[in-house]
Design a protein around this ligand. Structure first.
Ligand SMILES: *[C@@H]1O[C@H](CO)[C@@H](O)[C@H](O)[C@H]1NC(C)=O
Ligand SMILES: *[C@@H]1O[C@H](CO)[C@@H](O)[C@H](O)[C@H]1NC(C)=O
Ligand SMILES: *[C@@H]1O[C@H](CO)[C@@H](O)[C@H](O)[C@H]1NC(C)=O
Length: 417
């Protein structure tokens, strides 16, 4: 059996920001994969216990698009169905993915997003020239040949490439054990994002603060604070208690095309009871109904990182064929018995005031809950987040924070406060 590996790797380093948006122009493509994104989230949530979650739905769609280019028959149809392309004419999804990634990378002045796709082929195996041509055309994929029998050298080469495209945030992604003499092809898909908030948090307003986890325990974290113009709304989860109200806050990055949406249940409600209601149309409802207004925001600094076995997750979503010996990847190569042996995504996200190393103020935040003039979003308990392109609806990152960056009493950081 020949084995094909898909490594979708993404990285995302970000600083932060705030208000004022453009409308979707008529010629901008609209992402159709939000249903898929939400289903992926629910799979990870089911498997994730009390852990943080972070992944890039768009990057998974791009990695699958690269596989789809080489697939035929049931292998192709399962991907189109699951990702949400079945209403498009055959092949239109490649142009759509290309346009969505282009729309994200256009605004170089305000933030940095790099999609870096690379294809590693076994020396001596002949791939279909049309497949290679389309890989370059739609995904600007680098194509390299390697000898997978020399597994340590290959792992080193790919890891080096990944590091180079993720500002050194993701190291040692793969190891020699990930390859063998039967590996034929590895796809690597890295995403790097770095934005800064339109309205940054002032580091001197950051304080240590208690964060209440859903298991009832408390940890100390660095809580950022600002009062500013954001997009904000209150929604109901349909439950009776206190009207079931939860908050949605949308904070734009510089340039205002990209934003982070924070979805926060009431303090006494665990995130797990809000998660089941998250559906694709609800994401749209949030986006369409938040209103610009002055809000007081308390947001912990956080760093979330996750390596996801996409093989198991995608099989749960109905993409099974490409992982079995029934796979039809005959548009890639005439060789029989080619299937995908490995599919991994690694995502990394860091949220700070802006540039991380800023000085931290002393003391605790004095709460003035009785004197609240504006809505207050106090993210001192678990929340859900999305980083999306407001013009196309593309979801670059989705996840949840169950535990923020924890400050231990013996941390140097803490002592310096
Ligand atoms: C992608 O953009 C090109 C050039 O603007 C356009 O011709 C094509 O129809 C677009 N494809 C999709 C699926 O929107
Ligand atoms: C790949 O490496 C193995 C072990 O070093 C060697 O036997 C084989 O000939 C190499 N294959 C190619 C195509 O160079
Ligand atoms: C690292 O990336 C830069 C720019 O993206 C590129 O010019 C350089 O050749 C890369 N180096 C390696 C070893 O891949």
């Amino acid at each position: 059996m020949l084995i094909l590996d898909v490594v979708s790797l993404m990285l995302f380093l970000l600083s932060i920001l705030l208000p004022g948006y453009g409308c979707r122009a008529a010629d901008i493509p609209e992402d159709t994969t939000s249903e898929f994104s939400v289903r992926l989230y629910h799979r990870l949530q089911a498997a994730g216990g009390q852990d943080n979650i972070v992944f890039s739905p768009l990057s998974v769609a791009v990695a699958l698009g690269m596989v789809e280019l080489g697939a035929r028959g049931a292998s192709l149809e399962e991907i189109r169905q699951a990702v949400g392309f079945s209403h498009l004419l055959p092949g239109v999804e490649f142009s759509l993915l290309q346009n969505l990634t282009t729309a994200l990378t256009e605004d170089d002045a305000h933030y940095m997003i790099r999609f870096a796709n690379s294809l590693y082929l076994q020396e001596g195996v002949t791939f279909n020239p049309e497949f290679l041509h389309l890989m370059r055309k739609y995904f600007q994929a680098d194509v390299e040949t390697v000898n997978f029998s020399e597994s340590s050298a290959v792992a080193e080469q790919i890891n080096h490439w990944v590091e180079n495209h993720t500002e050194r945030k993701i190291r040692s992604l793969l190891s020699a054990e990930d390859f063998s003499s039967i590996t034929r092809l590895t796809l690597v898909n890295a995403v790097y994002f770095r934005g800064s908030w339109k309205n940054q948090f002032r580091p001197e307003n950051t304080r240590t603060f208690s964060f209440s986890k859903d298991d009832g325990s408390e940890v100390q974290t660095l809580m950022m604070y600002q009062q500013g113009d954001f997009y904000y709304g209150e929604f109901s989860d349909g439950s009776q208690e206190a009207g079931g109200v939860y908050q949605v806050l949308e904070m734009p990055y510089e340039g205002e095309d990209m934003s982070m949406m924070i979805v926060l249940p009431r303090q006494e409600v665990p995130l797990a009871s809000l998660e089941p209601i998250i559906k694709a149309p609800l994401l749209e409802e949030w986006a369409n109904n938040v209103k610009r207004q002055k809000v007081e925001v308390y947001l912990p600094r956080f760093k979330v990182e996750q390596k996801i076995d996409l093989k198991n997750t995608l099989q749960d979503l109905g993409i099974k064929n490409i992982f079995t010996n029934e796979a039809d990847l005959s548009a890639m190569t005439d060789g029989k018995d080619l299937y995908i042996g490995k599919a991994v995504q690694k995502a990394y996200l860091e949220v700070t005031e802006e540039g991380a190393e800023g000085a931290v103020g002393s003391g605790m935040i004095a709460l003035t809950r009785t004197l609240v003039l504006y809505p207050q979003v106090m993210a001192d308990h678990p929340f859900f987040f999305i980083i999306r392109n407001r013009r196309t609806g593309s979801i670059l990152f989705m996840g949840r924070v169950m535990t923020p960056e924890v400050i231990e009493p013996n941390d140097l950081y803490f002592e310096s406060i």
